[in-house]
Design a protein around this ligand. Sequence first.
Ligand code: CAA
Length: 245
Amino acid sequence: MSKVALVTGGMGGLGVAMCKSLAKDGYTVVTTYSGNEEKCKNFLDTTKAEGFNFKAYICDVSKYDSCIKVVAKIKAEVGAVDVLVNNAGITRDGQFKKMTKESWDAVINTNLNSLFNMTKPVLDGMLEKGFGRIINISSINGQKGQFGQVNYSAAKSGVHGFTMALAQEVAKKGITVNTIAPGYIATAMVMAVPEEVRNKIIAGIPVGRLGTPEDIAGLVSYIASDASSFMTGAEIAINGGQHTM
Ligand code: CAA
């Protein structure tokens, strides 16, 4: 039986490429979506026409109960999760002086609290199996901060704190926990940045272009594989040289 990979936000800018890459590696790939049925149908139809067979479950990753329920459902219908990619994320950009409590909460709940909500129910199954890969998607802006993203930078920075601590707790159990920190990738999220601002950002990327979702998906596949078993607690940047640590 093939291993099960769960990619949260798998219909989003980076998620689709991750799902495809993991499916090509032989995983049974399951994704979550937040409730847009039309987007879900479109994703399933389009990928099916390309030869993929993804399963999609509605789930609000910002809500613990929703995650508990969906993980139980996936376990019953597909199997226990071997690879968890905590990928779902949102932005609510704006200077801190104008930031509302609502936009702070939305970003922290979706981008950081989701890691607790989703990893907690999945981890028990990984501990039972003595195998697991938890891959947390952070951001260059969690590493360097970004004007207009106090909420997002705080959440994404927290993602790697989660990774480093959990990695130590489960290291002897065959489970690895790692962070990927993508830079600016050509997705709708980045395209929503005003063109003038975006062009200035691109001018600051030494490679001279935005990244592609496949640039990130390739690393997800590697970390999911057995070949990466000595890598844990790590944060890998993929940002075209925009920020080096
Ligand atoms: N450094 C210094 N000043 C900056 C600045 C920067 N990087 N960016 C904008 N400003 C200044 C402008 O020059 C302007 O100053 P003046 O008022 O003196 O002219 C002011 O900020 C703009 O203020 P506004 O009131 O018009 O704008 P705002 O408070 O609504 O915020 C913004 C504007 C939303 C921050 C906009 O500049 C923006 O979208 N910036 C890009 C943010 C960004 O990079 N987001 C990443 C999204 S993609 C993503 O998150 C994926 C990932 O992981 C990489």
